[in-house]
Design a protein around this ligand. Structure first.
Ligand code: VGL
Ligand code: ZN
Length: 224
């Protein structure tokens, strides 16, 4: 694994926001698109979210929120299986297909019961267009359609965005990369994020790309 430098003693203020990505039943062991050890980060996320609640009040939750016929689901293509490589020309869907997950209004789409979702100041629901996936909390996968989060954060003067959650190499990763493009100072809280690693090696590749992009790295003890 890549050697990373972790920032220490980060003091949270009103220019900061915490972005908690997709802590939903379907991404937790037992769910449709389970991320290994996804349940183990929830307590730490709550702790950090309470620090943000106190010193910045800006806690953003994202919720993957697909219609039941979403085109990222392998079930939409006869003969295809979850994990199969598949990409539309404009990148709206892919690079792989997923099992049906986080369908609007289902148990799998709900936040995990242990997540203190009452701490949220705003909840961003993404992946609502059946033809376009949205890994990033800022931009859908067509790389054109904004979710509105960047504008919201700018309007309340947020400069630094701290990202944690699921999955490290998809929604956390694309949120971090887009966050930089939108002009934020972006931190990934590494030990409060877990990845899917599909295709294999994807987690280290994502971390490498984030580092090159200027994303900084923290862990849960950085805030104490
Ligand atoms: C995610 C794959 C499909 C994520 C969402 O939250 O990282 N990954 N939908
Ligand atoms: Zn999804």
């Amino acid at each position: 694994m890549l050697e990373l430098e972790y920032l220490k003693s980060i003091t949270i203020n009103q220019d900061d926001a915490l972005l908690v990505v997709d802590i939903q039943n379907d991404f937790i062991p037992g769910g449709a698109l389970a991320v290994e050890d996804g349940d183990l980060i929830i307590e730490g996320i709550n702790n950090v979210a309470n620090i943000f609640k106190k010193f910045s009040r800006n806690v953003v939750l994202t919720q993957d929120w697909h219609p039941k016929d979403h085109k990222s689901f392998a079930s939409q293509y006869p003969g295809k299986d979850p994990g199969d490589e598949f990409q539309t020309d404009d990148g709206s869907i892919g690079p792989v297909l997923w099992p049906d997950h986080c369908v609007q209004g289902t148990k799998g789409a709900e936040f995990h019961v242990n997540l203190e979702s009452n701490l949220a100041s705003i909840i961003v629901r993404k992946g609502r267009n059946p033809n376009v996936d949205s890994y990033s909390a800022f931009l859908e996968n067509d790389k054109k359609t904004e979710t509105g989060l960047a504008g919201y954060l700018k309007s309340i003067n947020v400069k630094r965005v701290f990202i944690c959650g699921l999955a490290l190499d998809y929604c956390c990763y694309f949120s971090a990369m887009d966050g930089i493009d939108f002009g934020f100072e972006v931190y990934l809280i590494v030990d409060l994020s877990k990845g899917i690693d599909l295709p294999p090696g994807n987690i280290s590749k994502s971390i490498e790309n984030m580092k090159d992009k200027g994303v900084k790295f923290a862990n849960q003890d950085s805030f104490k």
